[in-house]
Each structure stands twice: as structure tokens, then as C-alpha cells.
Write a protein that binds this ligand. Sequence first.
Ligand code: SIN
Ligand code: CO
Length: 397
Amino acid sequence: MKRPARPAQAPFTLLGGLSVDEFMTRHWQRRPLLVRQALPGVRPPVDAEGLMALAADDAVESRLVSAAGGRWRLDRGPFEREDLPSLGRKRWTLLVQGVDLHLDSAHELLSRFRFLPDARLDDLMISLASDQGGVGPHLDSYDVFLIQIQGRRRWRVAPPGRSGLIAGLPLKILADFQPEHDWLLEPGDMLYLPPGWGHDGVADGPCMTASVGFRAPSRLEFLREFLAQAADDPAGSDPRFGDAGRAPVRQAAAIPSDLHAHLRDWAQHWRPSSLAIDRFIGRFLSEPKASVWFDPGKPISLAAFGKRAATRGLRLDRRTRMLYRGSAVFINGEHVSPGRAARPWLRRLADERTLAPQALANALARDPELGALLHQWTNAGWVLLGETGTPRGASQA
Ligand code: SIN
Ligand code: CO
């Protein structure tokens, strides 16, 4: 069947008048893009006090970088309020990771970037800097959209190439940073940087910057997890080496050739099934950050769940990662293979992150499997009742 032509994509304020297609072709993973007023009138997802309060939470990853007296210093959170310098003191930055996991307002900012796959999304980091604060010229291995939220920050940007670092510092700072661009960002401006571009952001007066980061697994990162998990799989067959009939040896320390050949053969010919690989990929990509802990709250019965879902609708908890591929659905590192009737609903929930009550009422009445899955995920705290609202029992551990 002929596929329908893709609708022309309207230019996008967020991308400075470029369509999403143009941005993806010309800039994504290729070259930086500065967008003036990408988010006009942007409201800070959190104020300075709120960000400092998050940095006091031991479930939140935070860092304090300072360069007082020209010497770089890095401290890791949590930070008590009194550990943090005043905004009147120059040259410090507080960086708080994963703010989207804690605040709906921050999660909402991320939702503007869903022209990119959720599987590539990492998190929203927010930094608060005093005048002249920054983390020095450095490279990131991730794509990042740097959004100026409050105050001004000067960004100098260099193409990939010179990646040598200054030795002996607590931070990775480029030894030979030769910027080609020099931009002063105002609130609402945004700078996209592909991986490997050198950048140095220095606060021009106290300021706040949000970074929307995209993750890309490296081969070793992926294989480390995959092999560890395959080794733990109780369902996998686990033959053992045997050597009945072995002749006595004269050199006891020599590795026997048959043992060596057998182990080498296992390593060279280890072939997990395609199904096992596919399932692992989905689980790996939907795994929440290590700090995320869902509080199941008080369980509700299937009948009560059905009634409430049909009148209030459902949404994914902001921390839930839900993906799909083929007939499989992956949620928070787990896999399900739902029947045909449930599949479109689960895909819709994953794509839109909500399900409206009217449509849901019909679907739940027709498909008990859909109801059972959504009920189970609601009791786990992964899915929340109501299309909008404050998450039930949301917490980090
Ligand atoms: C910052 O927000 O200060 C640093 C962000 C970055 O350079 O990656
Ligand atoms: Co960076």
C-alpha cells in the first residue's frame, strides 16, 4: 500500500522559524542552532529558592561548581541551604539534574521536544549561577538544548576537534578552547548544541539556564547491561563444561586445551535469540533513572479503578517511561505483549501520555486485558487517575 505523503510541517517558533524537518536535516547531530526568542515569555519552572530546596534532597543529583580566586572546585550534593553561597558572591553555579522528575512545570518544558523520540530523552537540568558563574569550557557527549530562563548568559562555542583536557582539575575543562561563536542569550533564547561541540557559558549577572539533554547509549554501556542481564536470566540454558575421561597431567598449571577451546567456543558463538534481544532493548530504553522510586500508595480494586478511569481518564506519572515496538509494550523497564485489542490504547497512552475518559470507558468495557494492565500500573503508581492533576503518592527515594 502506498504510504500517504507526510503533511508539510509548519515552521516552529521553538526552532526559530525552521520546520522540524529542516531542523532535523540541517542541525540535529550536525551543527549548533541559536534561536532568539524560542520560548518568548518563558516562565521559570522553579525559582531560585525552589531549586536550592531540591538540591537539599538526597534523592536529587546536584553539583556546585565554583571558581573563586581562579581555582576550580566541584562539590556534590545534597546541599543544606546554608552550604550554598549567596547570589551576591561571584563565580558559582548550582546544577540540579532530573528536575523534570520532580516538578510538573519542568516536565511540561520537556514535552515541547517530543518531535524527538522519548527513547533518546535524558532529562531536564537546571542551573542557577551568580555573576560570572559557569562550569568552564567543556564538551558533552549528549545533544543539548540550552534554554535561557532568567537573566543573561554568554555562550562561546567551538567546533569539535580539540578535546584535550587540563590535567589535575576536579572538572573536565578543555585545554585548547578556540570558540568560533560568541552569543549573549536573553530570557527565552535557546541554543542547540550537538555532541562534541566545545562550549563555555558564563553568567552575565545572576541567571538560570535549563538544559534539555538527550542520551545516546554507547556500545559498551549497552552491552554491559545486556550481558549482565543475560547472565542472570534463570530461563536461559546453562550447560556446564565436563571432562570425563581426561588423562592425568604432568604440568598442573597449564590451562588444558579442551577447557580453553570450550570456553572460547562459548564466547565466540554465544547468540541470544532475537526475541531476547528485542525485549532487552525495550526494557533497557524504558528503564527509569536510578533515583526514581514509585510509591504505590493505597491499592484500589479493579471495579473502583474501572469506574474512576471511565469518568476521569488516565495519565502517565511524569517519571514513567513508556515505549513500544511491534506488538510489545515497555514500561519502566518491564515488558508486556498485549493482545490486539489493547495494543492501540497502550500505544496511544505512550504517545500522548493521557487517555480521555469517554474513549477509555468504551475500551475498558470491551477489553478486560486493557483494564487489568492499567489497573496494575495504577496500583504501582506508574499510571495516575485523572487526565491532569497532582500525582498521587509521587516521591523519590
Ligand atoms: C550550565 O547550565 O551552566 C551548564 C550546562 C552545560 O554546559 O552543559
Ligand atoms: Co555542557
